[in-house]
Design a protein around this ligand. Structure first.
Ligand code: PGA
Length: 264
């Protein structure tokens, strides 16, 4: 089972996520990090930029691979995940741009692009820590319900609810993409560690299904139950539907990690 850390508020959950990223980078300045987009991650990257500056931590040795990118959007499109990541994180830290990777949404052959992206991850030595959000429908990356739990990076059709949820990032009258290239669930499971952040009551049902429901393609995030090194950081609202919430809070009061070794 994943380590479930329930924080007193959203700011604390966000800060803890950024601190974990920073701790990973400190321990291994040449780490390969899997990055995620979505509204949940925006304050995480803001906190990471601030903390890296405060602590003088360089990010220059990292390699990053984002989970996904919209098909049909060139890297310089304002709503592409490439532009989003540059704006939110990469433009504000010292990581060389060519060490940051996203699938190319405007590739002439998206299927080959997806295959090559998977190979690039392998060639980099695999992902040390993969950051994840969760969709209200239980998706991870753009692996919508019914995705194969063994899937690799490929083209996916987006669920209507995902298209609607993402429409807020696009201008009125702008076409929201219907397809994406996304790491597969099997790709995500190969990462050595997973770190999921979910905040807000819009995620409560999906979080409960993922952590306490059956492992099923109907809730792709439920595959986390099979990962040996998964941590899930939640705020109060996102934790609201968890049946065993008091148990998780007993183990990790306030969302703090408690190591038995500390008690000696
Ligand atoms: P959100 O997206 O952070 O914008 O809610 C998360 C996701 O869909 O994975």
């Amino acid at each position: 089972m994943a380590t479930i850390l329930i924080h007193p508020d959203t700011a604390s959950a966000t800060r803890a996520t950024a601190e974990r990223l920073l701790a990973t980078i400190r321990a291994n300045p040449a780490a390969v990090l899997g990055m995620a987009t979505g509204g949940t991650m925006e304050p995480v990257y803001t906190a990471l930029i601030a903390r890296a500056a405060e602590t003088g931590q360089s990010l220059a040795g990292l390699h990053t691979f984002n989970l996904d990118e919209y098909i049909g959007l060139a890297g310089d499109h304002p709503q592409s995940y490439r532009t989003t990541m540059d704006r939110l994180l990469f433009d504000h830290v010292d990581i060389p741009h060519d060490q940051t990777h996203l699938p190319r949404g405007d590739a002439t052959d998206p299927a080959t692009e997806a295959f090559d992206y998977e190979a690039q991850i392998e060639a980099a030595g695999g992902i040390d820590l993969q950051l994840l959000g969760i969709g209200a429908n239980g998706h991870v990356g753009f692996n919508e319900p019914s995705s194969s739990l063994a899937s690799r990076t490929r083209i996916k059709r987006l669920a209507r609810s995902t298209i609607e949820a993402n429409a807020r990032f696009f201008g009125a009258g702008e076409q929201v993409p219907t397809h994406a290239i996304t790491m597969g669930i099997g790709t995500i499971m190969k990462a050595r560690r997973l770190l999921m952040l979910a905040t807000g009551n819009g995620k409560a049902e999906a979080v409960a299904a993922a952590l306490e429901g059956p492992v099923t393609a109907s809730c792709p995030a439920s595959i986390l139950q099979f990962h040996p090194e998964a941590t899930v950081i939640l705020d109060q609202e996102a934790a609201a539907e968890l049946k065993w919430r008091d148990f998780y809070e007993d183990i990790h009061p306030g969302g703090q990690e408690v190591y038995f070794a500390d008690r000696s």
